[in-house]
Structure formats: C-alpha cells, structure tokens
Design a protein around this ligand. Structure first.
Ligand code: FES
Length: 309
C-alpha cells in the first residue's frame, strides 16, 4: 500500500510502501524490487531503506523526459492509499563490508541504492565516502537522510561531463588493495567512471556498478543450439527469441526482473561455447571468462551453447 508519496527533489517523487497484510521480507543494501504498475508495465526500483526500516520499502522515481510510461505513471497516477503488486527484494548489487576504503559514487537518481549502503555502513561505524553528482542542489533527493550522513557525504553540483570525469579521477586516486567503489548513475557517467577507474589501476573486482537500463541495441538475429547440461535437453534458439523465453517454454524456471540485460537476475552458468554477451551487467573480466551469461539478452557466437541448467 502506498503509505506516503512526496516530492523529494526536482522531478523526483519518493514513495513509502507498506505491506497490505503481514510483514515485508528483509532487504540488504543495494537491493531492488519489481513493481507492477497500473498501466501493465513492470519496473525496477532500488530500495533506499536504512537498517532497521523493516516496516516499509522506500523508493524514489525520477520523471524521465523520454519515459516509456513507467515513471510518468508513478508520478501521475499512483497515489497514497493505492495498492501495488511488488516482488520480494533481489540484490544483484551487494555491498562488501571488509573494505578498508569504500567509495560510493552516485549520479542523480542513482543515489538510491547507494543511500541504503551509506546508511548501513554508518550504522555499523564503517568508513565510507558518498559522492553525489547532481545537476543542481535542487536535484539532490532525500536531503534529510543526507543531512544525517553529512560528514561522509560530498555533493558535486552543476559539473560538465568532463569536470565530472576529472572529479571522479581525483576521488578514486590510484588503486589501493582492499578499496572498493560502487557506482550508480546514468549510463554515460557510469561508463566514464568505470573507464577512469580502470585507467587508475582499479581491477574489475573492486569496481561495482549498477546500470538503470541497457541502452545498447540488442542484436537478436542469430540462431543456435542450446544444450542444457543438467536437464539433458537440447533446444533451438531462433532469431527473434531469447534464451530466457526458450528455457521457460521448455518448463525451466529462470528468475528475471528487467529482461533487458541490466540487473543480472537471470544469470546462468555456461559450460561450453562462446556467449555473445549483450548485457551491461557483467564486468569485462566476467565477460572474458565466458562462464556465465544473462539469459534475457545474451546469445551465442558458437553454433552450440551448453548451459549449466
Ligand atoms: S532479467 Fe535483468 S539481466 Fe536478465
């Protein structure tokens, strides 16, 4: 049930969701939920919950100018008292708690999962820095939470893309072992931050990221054989259909959420063959290892792919 809806920043509305009955499943920092919208769309939103907030989920939604109907629906049509169907939280962006230095870099609405991480770290007296890049001060969401974390938060307002990149270079510095960085924001900023981290010697394993969506054009023109090692099945994936669809049609249950290669919910292991990754979830190292793929957009370079399914 939408218990509260309020404007938390320019173009950003926040929602508190309470259970209609019973209790909500617990959630970890970095987790997201799927929401079934009244217009039939399903969208993913990160939880901004701090530790101990077990009675509600808190999300924020930015009104996207090129909204395909998700953010517009939540902004205009969903109001306090409305009932929404949601999934349990999934966490494909987990926080490590063994780092000597934890850097959180947020761009715009990408602050939401990082806010949850920041509150968890603060509650456990763990050191972290939250760098929040916004177009203007008015675009910074959840000012009350940021105020409580003020000594670990630095806002960077009104910077150009180049200035943002330079600032990220300064923030990251050269890689030091046991340092970890978590980045969430618009695709171009995330791409730039990842490449700057790589240039500064940060290994993939220390750079954690979450894209809002996969803006790559997915090429689904190939067809290939799909063998399932554990199910002893051989299937065909034709052009225009996804591995995920073919698996489900054969009665294999595979979890999914975004179904566009961004969230990682549908990852399965690869036993043999060369995947054609087209997602934005896997790191370069994971991609090169070719030992897993996301079933919603990945295909096969080889004629045959054997999955650990
Ligand atoms: S469902 Fe999100 S990556 Fe496949």
């Amino acid at each position: 049930v939408v218990a509260r809806k309020w404007r938390t920043a320019t173009d950003v509305v926040a929602f508190e969701l309470e259970p209609a009955v019973g209790q909500l499943p617990t959630c970890q920092p970095g987790a997201h939920i799927d929401i079934e919208l009244p217009n039939g769309l399903r969208r993913q939103y990160s939880l901004t919950n701090g530790p101990g907030q077990l009675d509600r989920y808190i999300i924020a939604v930015k009104l996207e100018p090129d909204s395909r109907g998700g953010s517009l629906c939540l902004h205009q049509d969903v109001n306090e008292g409305d009932v929404l169907a949601i999934s349990p939280p999934r966490n494909n962006f987990p926080l490590r708690r063994d780092a000597l230095r934890t850097v959180l870099i947020a761009g715009g609405i990408g602050v939401t999962p990082l806010l949850s991480m920041a509150q968890a770290m603060a509650a456990n007296s763990l050191d972290f820095e939250l760098h929040y890049f916004v177009r203007s001060v008015g675009h910074a969401a959840f000012g009350d939470v940021l105020d409580r974390l003020a000594e670990s938060v630095q806002a960077h307002s009104g910077l150009s893309a180049e200035q943002t990149g330079d600032e990220i270079d300064r923030i990251l510095g050269p890689y030091v072992e046991t340092n970890h960085v978590y980045i969430c924001g618009p695709g171009p900023m995330l791409d730039a931050a990842r490449s700057r981290a790589a240039d500064a010697g940060w290994p993939d394993a220390a750079v954690h990221f979450e894209y809002f969506s996969n803006t790559n054009e997915v090429d689904d023109g190939s067809s290939f054989e799909l063998a399932l090692a554990r199910s002893a099945l051989t299937l065909k994936v034709n052009a225009g259909e996804t591995i995920l669809q073919v698996l489900r049609r054969s009665g294999i249950a595979v979890d999914s959420s975004c179904e566009q290669g961004a969230c990682g919910s549908c990852v399965v292991g690869v036993v043999e063959g060369e995947p054609d990754h087209q997602d934005v979830y896997l790191t370069e190292t994971e991609r090169a290892a070719d030992d897993r793929l996301v079933t919603c957009v990945s295909r096969s370079v080889s004629d045959r792919l054997v999955l650990d399914v």
